[in-house]
Design a protein around this ligand. Sequence first.
Ligand SMILES: Cc1cc2nc3c(=O)[nH]c(=O)nc-3n(C[C@H](O)[C@H](O)[C@H](O)COP(=O)(O)OP(=O)(O)OC[C@H]3O[C@@H](n4cnc5c(N)ncnc54)[C@H](O)[C@@H]3O)c2cc1C
Length: 203
Amino acid sequence: MIKGNNSVTLMTSYPDIIAQCQIAEHAGRLSHDSVSKMTPESYGDFLNHLIKLGHTSVLEHITISFLIETSISASREIIRHRHCSFTEKSTRYCDFSEEIKVVYDAEEFGVEILENVKDFIALQYKAGKSFGLPNDTIREMLPLMTGTKLEMTTNLREWAYFIKLRETKAAHPVVRDIARQIKSSLQEIVPWVFEKETKNEVY
Ligand SMILES: Cc1cc2nc3c(=O)[nH]c(=O)nc-3n(C[C@H](O)[C@H](O)[C@H](O)COP(=O)(O)OP(=O)(O)OC[C@H]3O[C@@H](n4cnc5c(N)ncnc54)[C@H](O)[C@@H]3O)c2cc1C
C-alpha cells in the first residue's frame, strides 16, 4: 500500500491537451491528404487508427506535464527517461527539514527501521541548520527517502512508453504507483491511446 506522500497532478489543462490532439490529427492527415475530413471530435478515432498502423510519431505533437511528489529514490529512477524534461526541487537552495519522511507503507520494506532512521537523520539535519550550516552542505546527509517534487514534461508517445515500462510488477512499487496514477489521469482524456488492441503498438 502506498501512503499519501506519493502523488501526481496533471499540469496541462484539458482544453490544451485536446487542442494539441487536433494539431496532431492535422499533422497526421497531411500525410493522407485528408485534412478536409477533420471535425472537432474526429481526433480520437483518427489517432487511434494511426497507432494501429504504427504511425506513432504523430503522438509526439502532444506535450503533457505532470507534477510528481515522491521520494528522491523514486525521482532518480524517473529522471532516467531521456526524452522527458525535468525540473526538481533543489536540495541546494531549499530547506528539507520537513521532507525527511517515509513515502510508502509496505511491510517488506521494514517501515519501522525506516521510521527510526528518518527520525535520527532529521534530528542531525536540523542540528546542522541550527549551527548555521548551508543547505548546500547538510544536504549530504539526506537519505533517498527524502520527499521531493518534480515537474515532468514529455510527449504522448513517450508517456505511453514510460507507463509501459513502469507500471509492470518489475518496477519499484513507488514508481509503479506513479505510473499508474499518470495512466489513470491520461485515460480520462486520451483513452484511445490505451485501448487494448493498440496498446503494444504505441511505441
Ligand atoms: C524494471 C526496471 C529495472 C531497472 N533497473 C535498473 C538498474 O538496475 N540499473 C540501472 O542503471 N537502470 C535500471 N533501470 C533503468 C533503465 O535501464 C532505463 O535507464 C530506464 O528505464 C529508461 O529507459 P529507456 O532508456 O528505454 O528510456 P528513455 O531514456 O526514455 O528512451 C526511450 C527510448 O529512446 C531510445 N533511446 C534513447 N536514448 C538512446 C540512445 N542513446 N541510443 C539508442 N537509443 C536510445 C531507446 O529506444 C529507448 O528505449 C531499470 C528500469 C526498469 C523499468
